[in-house]
Structure formats: C-alpha cells, structure tokens
Design a protein around this ligand. Sequence first.
Ligand code: MRU
Length: 354
Amino acid sequence: MRIAGRATRTLWTHADGTVEILDQTRLPHEVATVRLESAAAACHAIRSMQVRGAPLIGATAAYGLCLALRADPSDAALARAATELAATRPTAVNLRWALERLSAHVAPLPPPARVAAAYACAAALCDEEVERCRAIGEHGLPLLARSARRPVQVLTHCNAGWLATVDWGTALAPVYRAHAAGVPVHVWVGETRPRNQGLLTAWELGEEGVPYTLIADNAAGHLLARGQVDLCLVGTDRTTARGDVANKIGTYLVALAARAAGVPFYVAAPGPSIDWSLDDGRAIPIEERDADEVRVLHGRAADGRPASLALAPAGTPVANPAFDVTPAELVTAFVTERGVAAPAELGRLFAETT
Ligand code: MRU
C-alpha cells in the first residue's frame, strides 16, 4: 500500500541482513522506521508494538529468527531465540505458526546453511502473507459490492489493515479492493482504546484516499442501532476450529451490537490466524498489558511535540486485557483467502490443515 503515494510494505530487509520496520508507535503523527539488528531487537519491536497485528507479528518473528541465526546458527541459538520470540505476545497464533514454520525449515540443515535458508523462508512467508491478504480482498469484495447503499457503510475495530500485515491487510483488504473497483465505500473507524489502533486505520485509509470517520468506541452501538452501518468487518488474532474469534478488546461488544441491530458481522481470517488445535475460544490466552496504557494518553501537544497526559492518577487499579473472544454464534461469516464461509463451514475450506 502507499505512504504519500509511494508503495511500501511494513517491513523489508537490507543486504547486510538487518530488517527495517515502520515504527507504529510513532504513527499517525510521524512516519519513522527502525532497523532491527538482533533477535532481541525483534522481541522488543513486537512487545512494545512498534510492529503489531497478528500477521505482521508472525512475519517479524520469522525475521527475528533470521537475525538470531545470523549471529549464531547453532541449535541452541535457534531454540533460545524461538522461545524468546514466542513469549513476546501470547494471543496472536500467527507468532507460533511463523516460528514453527521457520524452525522446521532450518533445523534439519547443517548450521552453515541455515542463515541463507532462513532469510529465503522468511521472505517466502511474507510474500505468501501478501497473497493471502490480496485474496481476502477479492473474496470480500462482493460483500461490499452487493450492498444497496452507496457509499456502502463499513464499521471496523482496531487496525486490521496493511499496517497489521505485510501489505493489504485482512479486514481492510476488501475495502481497498472495493475502492479500487469503483465501489463507493465509507468506513466507520472505532478509536480502539487504550492503544488507539483505530488512529492507524484512519491514517492508512487516508493515505489510500478511502473516506472514513473516526468514532469513539462507545459510538458503535449507536450507529448500528440507527441503521448507519451495512456490515461490520474486523480481523482476528486467533480463531478456533469452531469459529470463536479472539480479536482486539471491544470486538465482542461490536459483535453483540451488530447482532442486536441485525447487521452482518464478518471476520477476515487468513489461514495462519486459525488455531485448529483449539475449539473453545475461552482457552485462548488473553494478553494482559501494562496498566499505564489505560492511565496515560500519548499524543501530540498543540506545538506538535510528543506529549503524554495522565488520565488517571498513578496507582489507579487497572485491568487491561488486550483482546476479547467473540463466540462463533455472533459471526456471520469468515472471509478467508479460500473464500467466504460460515463458522460451521470453516473446517471444510481448510480441510487438509484441520
Ligand atoms: O494489539 P494489536 O494491535 O497487535 O492487535 C491487533 C488486532 O487485534 C487486529 O485486529 C488483528 O491482529 C487482526 S490484524 C490483520
């Protein structure tokens, strides 16, 4: 997708093996990048949310293993880096998927052959990720195009756009595809407290010229009840075999409001975001993040300089679960790279992987 009109991915490599990422903690106010030179830097980037979004976390972790092997291609270094990267964020299953895939690819090789093989595997993983997202866009397009209203009104939560992936996005891929196809589309963007990933969604939609309106999370139910939304479209960090969906905190409330209003609730789910080993979404580990994410706001002061604002006094007791689980019963259908399927049909689409 584009920044200031220039095609960009969310991460890329250099000839010396270092990995450059867009630093998402600086967006939407500033476009800045960071060079990752070690597995520890990759761990920090994932944990601090310089990179975020399930598919991008997986891609960064894959390159984290490459960086570890570049320093030391031994079995011990590979195992240590995989353990450290896996511990960075517990909910998105793409992290485990990417680490397992890359480890399985390089582990049988003699250590001197591992570095080149690891980088080739990580690059392939990223290219496949982009292709999956592009296909999600194709399969999701009819859901938007068939809406009677123009512009079709889409409500999304968090950021499941290209910033959350390598390119295209998951939930936003059908939006970008519709926009490119000339289907007028407008997106209601939930702010997504406390980390405000909705600001990232607003920024990337703006860069692509897609009309959007930023809303406080609490406005979603009102808009749904008033008939101002044609469909909800969100991403997922981990979907179980039966179709329970872990996604950014607040997704469940949107799904409940959508059901009450009779509005379809779609989940864009690439294959690596589906955890076939789990059935019940209540078994998904939910990340609990730092209390200051709720107590303290970060943004820009009137003079444009970075500024923080304490909303609540230090020490205020806080709960900060980063994700919630929407039960399959509230999901109208999944939009995957293989097509659109109701929760009960998801396994059929991915028959050979289940
Ligand atoms: O905590 P984050 O910003 O990593 O959470 C991201 C989300 O919840 C996204 O909706 C999800 O990863 C799907 S991204 C294509």
